[in-house]
Design a binder for this molecule. Structure first.
Ligand code: CU
Length: 330
């Protein structure tokens, strides 16, 4: 097994903070990741170990069609990402993350977390590596394969990483806005011709990428409306944090009915001119954290304004569709 060590490029804590967050000896993850991201603050930072495989699998689309796709899968849990996603990371500032990654695909990959873990080099088919890094500032991150342009992302080899503040606050970043609940919503899309070509060992020109299936946390409407990770449940008066992680190749303008929201940060950079708006642009590979103040009761759709993306292989919403979900305040 090869061992690589990667240090974060940004260390934003003071030395006193670093002492406070001294890593503990235990390796257990103390929180789990779901669309409804659960978080139990810890007084001390920890070393958290993930055992991931990169693999090919058969994913059944909402219309019953089976497609060959790629995924990261956490070996410690049948489903440790939100919704149908099989891998996700939740950590706290100052933690140390150890990812034991085995590549069970028949091609090499390159693990990558934009802005944090880059230039890891190739991990060959059948090989394993350990990726070790210190967790930097709070916020939302994307992990992915980026060996060949965005090809790994087009095949679904992605996942979210959520970092909570080290001070234990339920905020989007230290000193940032507080929230009552948080949801992680990973957006991506499949072009089944690319998946079919890959499954049969052929190449596919990404210039021709034109998805026909669209997902939030690996689910398409109406499954998004029944899964607790993608059905955004809220109470009147709450502030809801939503972390959009665009793991796909398309830009999505996420449109809210019933509510106005505030964009708090893009790729961990706080937005300074916060205004209330009902549409939030999320670019490919971008992580956008927002706050939704729940100021009225009701049940409303939240969907991309890229209209093909609310379809499933050309079928629009009834009986099924794509990146459309339901937010409901009771
Ligand atoms: Cu609409």
């Amino acid at each position: 097994m090869k061992t690589r060590k990667t240090n974060s490029k940004k260390q934003n804590f003071s030395s006193s903070r670093r002492n406070l967050l001294k890593a503990s000896a235990t390796g257990a993850a103390l929180f789990s990741l779901s669309g409804l991201t659960l978080f139990s603050p810890r007084a001390r930072a920890a070393t958290i170990t993930y055992n991931f495989v990169a693999e090919s699998y058969t994913k059944t689309m909402v219309d019953g069609v089976d497609i060959t796709a790629w995924r990261f899968r956490d070996l410690n849990g049948a489903n440790s990402g939100p919704g149908e996603l099989s891998a996700g990371i939740v950590a706290q500032e100052g933690d140390n993350i150890v990812i034991n990654l085995t590549n069970n695909l028949n091609t090499s990959i390159q693990f990558d977390i934009p802005g944090l873990v880059e230039n890891q080099g190739l991990l060959n088919s059948g090989a394993s590596a350990t990726i070790n890094f210190a967790v930097p500032q709070a916020g939302s991150y994307l992990f992915r394969d980026n060996k060949v342009s965005e090809f790994g992302q087009a095949m679904g080899l992605t996942g979210p990483m959520i970092v909570m503040p080290g001070d234990g606050s339920q905020t989007l970043y230290t000193g940032g806005p507080a929230f009552d609940r948080q949801y992680t919503l990973v957006l991506n899309d499949f072009d089944d011709r690319l998946n079919a070509a890959t499954a049969s060992g052929q190449s596919y020109n990404l210039d021709n990428f034109e998805p026909n299936y669209y997902f939030v946390n690996g689910l398409s409407y109406p499954n998004t409306a029944s899964d607790a990770d993608t059905k955004v449940a809220m109470s009147l008066g709450e502030d809801i944090a939503i972390r959009f992680v665009n793991a796909g190749l398309l830009t999505h303008s996420m449109h809210f009915h019933g509510y106005h929201v505030r964009v708090i940060s893009r790729n961990r950079v706080p937005v300074t001119d916060i205004i209330d708006k009902d549409t939030v642009v999320v670019n490919p590979s971008e992580c956008v954290d927002i706050i939704l103040p729940v100021n009225q009761l009701g049940k409303f759709p939240l969907h991309t304004h890229y209209i093909p993306a609310v379809t499933a292989n050309g079928v629009y919403v009834n009986p099924y569709g794509g990146s459309l979900l339901i937010v409901e305040a009771t």
